[in-house]
Design a protein around this ligand. Structure first.
Ligand code: MTE
Ligand code: MO
Length: 364
């Protein structure tokens, strides 16, 4: 798909009213919520391209059709009657960090907070695909939402695909519960796709239909959005799994407006979370001088399972009062830098900004 219109950028340091409009609709997870292993549902980040659709769960059904042996149609009661699988998943929006980019692509202006961890319960997609049976030549599975809107002048329904192989992974769910309760409207009620390890866009909300296709799916959200390109003429590599990322729970107390922190002189236990959808985490480093020097933090085991963040800690004893800039970074593959981090790209994807926390240590 070619670029429908030329992309536009924001002036450095000046958000537009449209960016503010998106930012107030689509909230991030407040960073102090890093303290919870499972993000309380109301604190989980949220991203909805168009409107939250009106869905009546009673007549709602989910159809699996296309290149299948026998199409299957399930009601919400049919889904709920099956034995549900549970998976704890850290989900992050591919656009996390976009607002720090220069030039800044005009879109949802995330800083650091487009992340959250939830326990999803649902029916493994592979069971439903088995029930329908894959017909010869089945290549991809297309997931269609109920939400409609326009993007760059292209009217569309939110749709994404996975290859049959990816779709059949046992941890991929048609989720109907989030954190022990039925999905809330904003998180995709009555049913959504959950693809552990992938950036948020793959987790299609408000599912209405699943169709198996014999050709690669070329919808807008697949072939135009969520690709890494420097120029609209490029096809670009598709985004899939979440690159390693670490965040710190801001210590002390914040200034209301700047969110800079104040802590008293003395020992402080710094904590945070680290996650990756593709590479195992080797460690986490922290810095107190804006990234000039780094020390290793203690990494906890992956006790929430393979698809969720891990916690880390570092006991900080500031040697003096004054100003510090705290930072943290994930280490994968013995490398201090997160490898494979793409360069600036038109969509502002997969480019989380280093978190810089300005802390004043007071001795009063
Ligand atoms: N149908 C539909 N599914 C969607 C979206 C959407 O706009 N419509 N947004 C996607 C994006 S970009 C992200 S990051 C995640 C966010 O999921 P959450 O709002 O439950 O946190 O949902 C994905 N699924
Ligand atoms: Mo996203």
């Amino acid at each position: 798909m070619k670029a429908p219109v030329a992309p536009t950028f924001g002036e450095p340091g000046r958000l537009t009213i449209e960016e503010l409009q998106l930012a107030t609709r689509n909230h991030g997870m407040p960073l102090e919520a890093l303290r919870y292993p499972i993000t309380p549902t109301g604190l989980h980040y949220l991203l909805t391209h168009y409107d939250v659709p009106a869905v009546d769960p009673e007549p709602w059904t989910l159809e699996i059709s296309g290149a299948v042996v026998e199409p299957v149609r399930l009601s919400l009661a049919d889904l709920r009657a099956r034995s549900l699988s549970r998976v704890t998943v850290t989900m992050e929006c591919a656009g996390n960090g976009r607002a720090f980019l220069d030039p800044r692509p005009l879109s949802q202006p995330w800083l650091h907070e487009a992340v959250g961890t939830a326990e999803w319960a649902g029916v493994p997609l592979s069971e439903l695909l088995d029930a329908a049976g894959m017909a010869a030549g089945a290549l991809e599975v297309v997931f269609r939402g109920l939400d409609r809107g326009l993007e760059n002048g292209v009217e569309q329904t939110y749709e994404r695909s996975l290859t049959v192989g990816e779709a059949r992974r046992p941890e991929v769910l048609i989720a109907i519960d989030m954190n022990g309760n039925p999905l809330l409207p904003q998180h995709g009620a009555p049913a959504r796709l959950v693809v552990p390890g992938w950036y948020g866009m793959a987790n299609v909300k408000w599912l209405s239909a699943i169709s198996v296709v014999r050709e690669p799916f070329t919808g807008y959200q697949q072939s135009w959005s969520y690709r890494l390109r420097q120029d609209p003429s490029e096809t670009g590599a598709p985004l899939s799994r979440i690159a390693a990322h670490a965040l710190m729970l801001p210590p002390g107390i914040p200034d209301f407006f700047t969110r800079d922190r104040v802590v008293a002189l003395g020992p402080h236990r710094l904590t945070g979370r680290v996650w990756s959808g593709d590479q195992p985490i080797d460690g986490v480093d922290v810095s107190f001088d804006d990234g000039d020097t780094w020390v290793e933090a203690t990494l906890d085991p992956a006790d929430l399972g393979p698809w969720a963040w891990r916690s880390w800690a570092f006991d900080w004893i500031p040697s003096r009062a004054g100003r510090y800039v705290l930072a943290c970074r994930a280490r994968v593959d013995q490398s201090a830098e997160t490898p494979g981090r793409p360069a600036w790209n038109l969509g502002g994807y997969a480019n989380p900004a280093p978190q810089r926390i300005v802390v004043t240590v007071t001795d009063g």
